[in-house]
Design a protein. Structure first.
Length: 364
């Protein structure tokens, strides 16, 4: 934890001070964002942010009613689905952030969620309970029925893997499979989804990680049958082949840390650019972003390690149109801005906004 204990007023004052970031030059279009933050580290709700090269940061009033939002997704209709990790809720919000619905998450410590391609189902990963809730959505996007998917398994790290810990969920592009990444069970699970009814079938193990790996997040290649998994405990990047039956096979594994790195570190977030040419991973402890090139077969090669601009980079956001990457540094309580270079490498800037306990960023 960062040790910050701020009131709402002092937190916003600190943020305002951080907004006087240097402009970055060309005045391209504004990036309208949201940022989630942990209340235990000084966050006061869900923050609306705007970033522009020629004006730096501006910030709206934090929505204190949406606390501990460690992840959120938006539907094509503009509705938002947010987890409340501390209180085990999932909230549904209209584009103006008025609340449509609030429901229990189906477990403890919800940390990730995903909509299916038809936006008729919402999956929620509950970390502490090792469960996944699959909600049926009505025409207004409100949850109206739930199927509970249970994970099973343990790992050798008994402090972190004494039971299952669901950490990521995602649907295949055809909506026929729901995958869930489990840190405690050292596995990716796959659940078939009936295309006619939307009902979930029996969950099976789609991929088994080496013991003690601690799988955390996964990203798919935009055009190849490839998936990339970052592990939290072993700090590795796994390249996987996505099989037609919902399973994965391992193509390769490599470290996400520099060869001379020392001390504890924990892989966090992963993203692939829209062209399928570059892959980015954040590493807490090392406080770095690792950049990989992807060749025509989707094979990654390390391009760069760069400091994250703060402490504990839990999440980051690629802004390809604006040519930036923004990093949410949780423990230092700041969002750092990097220039996204033509070859995919990152260049640090002096632009940074203070935002206590920031753990998540998304384009609004």
């Amino acid at each position: 934890m960062s040790g910050l204990t701020l009131t709402r007023r002092s937190a916003l004052a600190g943020i305002a001070a951080g907004l006087a970031a240097p402009a970055l030059g060309s005045g391209r279009s504004d990036a309208h964002l949201i940022a989630g933050a942990y209340a235990s580290e000084g966050g006061v709700g869900l923050y609306p942010l705007t970033y522009a090269d020629d004006r730096g940061w501006t910030i709206g009033t934090a929505n204190a009613g949406i606390a501990d939002a460690s992840f959120a997704v938006r539907s094509r209709a503009g509705r938002w689905y947010c987890v409340d990790e501390a209180d085990n809720w999932v909230g549904v919000y209209a584009p103006d952030w008025s609340r449509i619905a609030l429901t229990v998450s189906g477990g403890a410590a919800p940390c990730h969620l995903a909509l299916d391609p038809a936006e008729r189902r919402l999956a929620v990963a509950n970390y502490s309970s090792g469960t996944v809730a699959l909600f049926r959505l009505d025409a207004q996007g409100r949850p109206e029925g739930t199927q509970m998917l249970l994970h099973h398994g343990i790992g050798p790290d008994r402090a972190r893997q004494a039971g299952p810990h669901a950490h990521w969920v995602g649907f295949t592009a055809d909506g026929r499979w729901l995958h869930s990444v489990d840190l405690g069970a050292d596995a990716i699970f796959a659940t078939p989804i009936d295309p006619a009814t939307g009902q979930a079938g029996p969950t099976v193990t789609a991929w088994t990680a080496p013991p003690g790996t601690g799988p955390r997040h996964m990203a798919h290649h935009p055009s190849l049958p490839r998936a990339y998994l970052v592990s939290e405990l072993s700090n590795q990047l796994f390249t996987l082949t996505a099989e037609p039956d919902g399973r994965f096979t391992t193509l390769g594994a490599q470290s996400i840390r520099p060869a001379d790195a020392r001390g504890p570190a924990y892989g966090a977030h992963i993203a692939v650019d829209t062209a399928g040419r570059r892959l980015y991973v954040s590493v807490r402890g090392d406080n770095r972003i690792a950049v990989f090139a992807l060749d025509e077969r989707g094979t990654p090669t390390l391009l760069q390690h760069i400091q994250s601009g703060g402490n504990w980079p839990r999440h980051f956001l690629l802004l390809e149109r604006e040519r930036h990457l923004l990093v949410a540094n949780e423990r230092s309580g700041n969002v750092a801005v990097f220039d996204l270079m033509a070859d995919g490498r990152l260049r640090a800037t002096t632009a940074s906004a203070a935002l206590p306990g920031v753990v998540f960023l998304a384009r609004a």
